[in-house]
Unconditional design. Structure first.
Length: 277
């Protein structure tokens, strides 16, 4: 079975997201842990979390992806910004203990002229401070398009972060199709080659989730602008190969395309029709 969903609003709570996912034929979904542009998080409703957990189990959902706010920059030059990232991530992971066994995805950040090596060390330092051995959530580093001074534009940069984290076994990777294509990994014409490179550098077992997005930009553009499925430069045929690839087809796929809920439902229906057991 294809495990697919989309990004959903958490405004109405945990259980409401689960019910919304079911309405559009999803068996996984992604949500922001708090305001994506700020640090505010509403009070945790543990009973609501328990109701979602029951819904997930009853309907055999794949793991969910909780997404950290975009504003976090754990490799910022400013100590205050790094501290903010650390406090936010620590709080998010504590909250996610009420939804065990899922994923927490974050953008590694931008080194802002410090250099990638310094940025990587700072990210690892923050991860060392927020992870603990009994943590029930796997933290995912997201592959990035390489805009500006983004860290995570290559598999090697993600590997360097993981290698410097003491509890590296608590880390995985979320591969964003738009980001890697924009970063210069040719998933359209050489998907096998890209996955071989991923396996050689990171180990395919580190790959835990896919952000399934088409791209508005040409290959290697380092732009990061998502497009609806089949209407971008990656295209529907490549998307079909991705969801059916034997090394990927079991993973949770989360759509982050420019869509409303009905549009996500149509994309989920289309992709389920293209998936082969």
């Amino acid at each position: 079975m294809l495990h697919i969903g989309c990004h959903l609003s958490s405004a109405k709570g945990f259980e409401a997201m689960g019910k919304e996912a079911l309405k559009i034929g999803a068996d996984t979904f992604q949500f922001f842990t708090r305001n994506p542009r700020g640090g505010a998080a509403k009070a945790l409703d543990t009973e609501d979390a328990s109701r979602l957990q029951a819904l997930l189990e009853t309907n055999s959902f794949a793991p969910l992806v909780a997404h950290a706010p975009y504003t976090l920059n754990p490799c910022a030059a400013s100590e205050d910004l790094r501290q903010f990232a650390q406090q936010t991530m620590a709080d998010d992971l504590a909250r996610l203990e009420h939804l065990p066994g899922n994923y927490y995805n974050f953008h590694p950040g931008s080194h802002v002229k410090q250099g990638a090596e310094a940025g990587i060390a700072r990210i690892a330092e923050v991860l060392d401070r927020v992870l603990w051995p009994e943590c029930q959530t796997t933290v995912l580093l997201e592959t990035m398009a390489g805009k500006g001074t983004e860290v995570g534009r290559s598999f090697e940069e993600l590997r360097a972060i993981i290698d410097q984290v003491e509890l590296g076994d608590r880390l995985g990777v979320c591969l964003d199709t738009c980001h890697v294509y924009d970063a210069g990994y040719d998933i359209v014409n050489d998907l096998d080659g890209v996955l071989e490179q991923f396996d050689r550098v990171l180990g395919i077992g580190r790959l835990r989730a896919i952000h399934l997005n088409d791209s508005k930009n040409p290959f290697g553009s380092h732009k990061d602008r998502h497009e609806t499925i089949g209407n971008g430069t990656i295209g529907l045929e490549a998307m079909e190969r991705i969801i059916n690839h034997p090394q990927l087809k079991h993973l949770p796929f989360c759509l982050e395309t420019p869509n409303d809920l009905a549009g996500y439902g149509r994309e989920i229906t289309l992709l389920r029709q293209l998936w082969r057991p």
